[in-house]
Design a binder for this molecule. Sequence first.
Ligand SMILES: *[C@@H]1O[C@H](CO)[C@@H](O)[C@H](O)[C@H]1NC(C)=O
Ligand SMILES: *[C@@H]1O[C@H](CO)[C@@H](O)[C@H](O)[C@H]1NC(C)=O
Ligand SMILES: *[C@@H]1O[C@H](CO)[C@@H](O)[C@H](O)[C@H]1NC(C)=O
Ligand SMILES: *[C@@H]1O[C@H](CO)[C@@H](O)[C@H](O)[C@H]1NC(C)=O
Ligand SMILES: *[C@@H]1O[C@H](CO)[C@@H](O)[C@H](O)[C@H]1NC(C)=O
Ligand SMILES: *[C@@H]1O[C@H](CO)[C@@H](O)[C@H](O)[C@H]1NC(C)=O
Ligand SMILES: *[C@@H]1O[C@H](CO)[C@@H](O)[C@H](O)[C@H]1NC(C)=O
Ligand SMILES: *[C@@H]1O[C@H](CO)[C@@H](O)[C@H](O)[C@H]1NC(C)=O
Ligand SMILES: *[C@@H]1O[C@H](CO)[C@@H](O)[C@H](O)[C@H]1NC(C)=O
Ligand SMILES: *[C@@H]1O[C@H](CO)[C@@H](O)[C@H](O)[C@H]1NC(C)=O
Ligand SMILES: *[C@@H]1O[C@H](CO)[C@@H](O)[C@H](O)[C@H]1NC(C)=O
Length: 789
Amino acid sequence: MARWLVLLSALPLLASSSAHSRHRLATRSVIDTVTASSANTTITDPASYVNVFIGTTNGGHVFPGATLPHGMVKVGLDTDSPGNQAGYDANPIFSATGFSQLHDSGTGGGASLSNFKLWPLPECDSFASCNTSMYARQTLRAVLPDGSPDDAGSPGYFATNLSTGVQVELTASRRTALHRYTFPKSSREPRIVVDITNDGLISNTDPVINEEPGYGYDFEAPTEYGVYLENSPVQNSTQFIQLYSGFVSEMGALLTFPPSSNPTHQVTTILARVGVSFISSDQACANAESEIPDFDFYGTVATARATWNELLSRVQVDTQGVDKETTELFYSSLYRTHIVPADYTGENPNWVSTEPYYDSFYCNWDTYRTLYPLMSLHDPEVFARIVRGMINIQQHEGWLPECRGATVPQYIQGGSNGDPILGEFFVKFYEHATALNVSADALYTALLADAEDQAPNWNIQGRQATTWKQYSQRINLYRVLVVMIISVDFIPSNIYGSGGAATKQVSRTLEYSFNDFSIAQVARILNKTDDVAKPRFANGEWNYTDPRHCSVNDPLQSTCYLDTKNHDGFYESSPMVYSQYIPQDTAKLITMQGGNKSFIDRLDLIFDEDYFDVTDEPSQQIPFMYHYANRPGYSTQRSRMIIAESYNTTVNGLPGNDDSGAMASYAVFYLVGMYPLPATRQFLLASPYFPKVSFYNPLFNTTTTIIAKNFGGNPADGKGGTVFVKSGRLQSVTIDGQPWHSNCYLDWDAFVNGSTIELELTSDIDTPCGEGSDALPPSLSTGGYSGLI
Ligand SMILES: *[C@@H]1O[C@H](CO)[C@@H](O)[C@H](O)[C@H]1NC(C)=O
Ligand SMILES: *[C@@H]1O[C@H](CO)[C@@H](O)[C@H](O)[C@H]1NC(C)=O
Ligand SMILES: *[C@@H]1O[C@H](CO)[C@@H](O)[C@H](O)[C@H]1NC(C)=O
Ligand SMILES: *[C@@H]1O[C@H](CO)[C@@H](O)[C@H](O)[C@H]1NC(C)=O
Ligand SMILES: *[C@@H]1O[C@H](CO)[C@@H](O)[C@H](O)[C@H]1NC(C)=O
Ligand SMILES: *[C@@H]1O[C@H](CO)[C@@H](O)[C@H](O)[C@H]1NC(C)=O
Ligand SMILES: *[C@@H]1O[C@H](CO)[C@@H](O)[C@H](O)[C@H]1NC(C)=O
Ligand SMILES: *[C@@H]1O[C@H](CO)[C@@H](O)[C@H](O)[C@H]1NC(C)=O
Ligand SMILES: *[C@@H]1O[C@H](CO)[C@@H](O)[C@H](O)[C@H]1NC(C)=O
Ligand SMILES: *[C@@H]1O[C@H](CO)[C@@H](O)[C@H](O)[C@H]1NC(C)=O
Ligand SMILES: *[C@@H]1O[C@H](CO)[C@@H](O)[C@H](O)[C@H]1NC(C)=O
């Protein structure tokens, strides 16, 4: 585990809160603040459309607190909710327990980070009687007339009113949090608890207190101070060691500040600045001092909001004829794709490097499918920095990161899915790699390490490479009742190696195949022709698995999650879902499954009998697969039905965890009418929810615009409507005025050039992909990707 160091500087601010109220930027009802925008109006304040509370209860695990895009500090409210992976829960029955500096967003597993909580105490009988322990001090939030907690938030800002009458406001720069506590008038001895032991997992059952000052407090003129053990603060004590007398779990400091002396506004406001560093307390201090030198709370809020607006406004939508909830869903989702991974550059405790360091990859298995392809469209410079950071991790640890948090590798979910992320970057930006400071050689070396070098424990990083290489010379006909999963290669279910018995061998087989495809895409660009040809076919054995396995229809109700009992080969989805996952060669899959008609019937059955699982990533591409069977309208309708059924702007408006923004990125693609295949230069095409969508790419300095010419609105349940991209002799898709050969996919070139893409819509759901042989989206077996890429 990493060492944690924090410096806290608290400055009493003897000012009234009302003097600042005009600066308030957030309101709880996002919609009310948005004025209707007319056609062709640039949205200059997209942050006003962001509802940070979507997915903050019932398992969404979204972080609604204050952060910069990919900021290291994510300062927010922690609660005692059992679903507090991001600290917060929008359900007011859960008590607030503290305001901590570091969080992740949308993760499953245990509650990560949530370190270094601060807590305001408006009144105690005496210093020594203050409730300092988390269980004693915790309190409910104030509740509004509609029953929701009195919380507010917007990009870069968070606020809550506690039932004790204290208003808490939070903002952040990259490595520094700024807290603003406004105490009620009645509070004549306002105090702050500095809790150094309670993290998200309450894991500090045996805190080690270092005599050397690993952290330090620097505060201005508190009237009282002291450290505490559990619920016993001791005034004037400064050393935990004095208090330490055996097994204890909670330690921290308690500070009392002078109340406001302003005769008219007798509320006391205390600003607390927290610099965070994984390196040293000096560095934590320096971070705080350089990033927020003047404790300017509303200035910091304004800077954070401007940073978010610059990023979010790269994607513009025309809102004419579109309901406000759709626009809110759109920008809120786009926002959540930029919370993690977090930029810990300069704070890597593991080795010294001048390269960027990003952390909180939970996990690449979730994000490789849609999050990074979305980043390609509008944020390539940050994408390049993340890629450099991943390569640097491979150079120091041997393999690309897969699941990583708190600066250490965590359990993987499937394949080595850093590979398609690097592949996605290189396939789209290889001509700009040097300009973006990404070394093509280092990138390729990192990919080969994943592919070729057996990791000591492939459940943590890398692959079961030795076994994969041995058996990937064969063809595995993995038969599941009526379903046949055809994969070029396989991992036997009875060879565990160093990864243990939770082998997920079928899932990993399919993912390793796609991972190898993405490496081959890079190899092709680099002319490494020997490597492109590596995976080969041969014959293997069969085993039987009930296709209902791991689905809601499974009579055995197997879970297929990360546990040692999962010997089934499948991870977070059924054989029915995995049988559709060969994204690089869906044409082959269609042939093997009996042609277009039976393939479409299979997709329909997956939806009609609930094999489609909207909460888990292996299902993500299934709604769009009708494209490959020449029925793009069915994809359009399925994807729109999913948005209608499973995504909305309420606090429980997410199906399952947001998975580090993976689910958010999927919603963004559905709403703009596209679906990506990572590590290729194609996007599947459907219709946008807006008459016009544009992407500004700062690397190319170009804007690509998709215009739905006869846009007629979005059906509320996703069914029917004039929303299907027309094809046929009329050539209804044009790029810069020229007829385009398919209405089923677009090429990346259009997004490099800054093209204007015009679509004509029809109500005919049976509209096909187009006339020519190149109308269907590419697949390996039909010659796809064989040109340059
Ligand atoms: C919006 O822009 C399109 C071209 O991009 C133009 O045809 C249309 O007239 C404009 N609408 C308004 C209201 O300005
Ligand atoms: C301190 O916590 C206890 C519960 O442990 C509670 O009964 C008491 O009211 C609290 N005191 C104050 C001043 O909040
Ligand atoms: C909290 O209370 C203050 C003062 O009454 C009010 O201005 C604010 O809107 C309330 N809500 C939040 C989330 O700050
Ligand atoms: C703490 O120190 C202050 C100032 O020296 C003194 O007035 C106060 O009585 C001390 N409190 C305790 C509990 O020792
Ligand atoms: C690439 O590195 C150079 C030299 O360190 C630096 O000046 C430049 O800003 C970097 N470019 C990007 C896109 O990171
Ligand atoms: C790969 O080969 C092509 C065609 O010969 C050439 O244009 C390209 O520069 C080569 N790329 C590399 C990285 O060598
Ligand atoms: C075949 O799969 C079944 C589960 O369907 C499993 O119980 C059995 O162990 C597998 N056989 C072998 C040889 O791995
Ligand atoms: C599916 O339909 C397309 C377009 O009509 C056709 O090119 C392709 O051969 C069909 N695939 C199969 C396996 O029949
Ligand atoms: C919002 O979405 C969630 C998650 O899919 C769903 O459970 C809930 O019923 C939806 N709420 C509304 C009002 O549509
Ligand atoms: C980007 O393009 C715009 C025109 O579209 C131009 O005015 C601007 O100078 C360009 N910026 C750079 C940095 O080249
Ligand atoms: C992009 O621009 C290049 C060069 O101008 C051109 O050859 C190509 O056809 C364009 N691609 C698209 C999809 O517009």
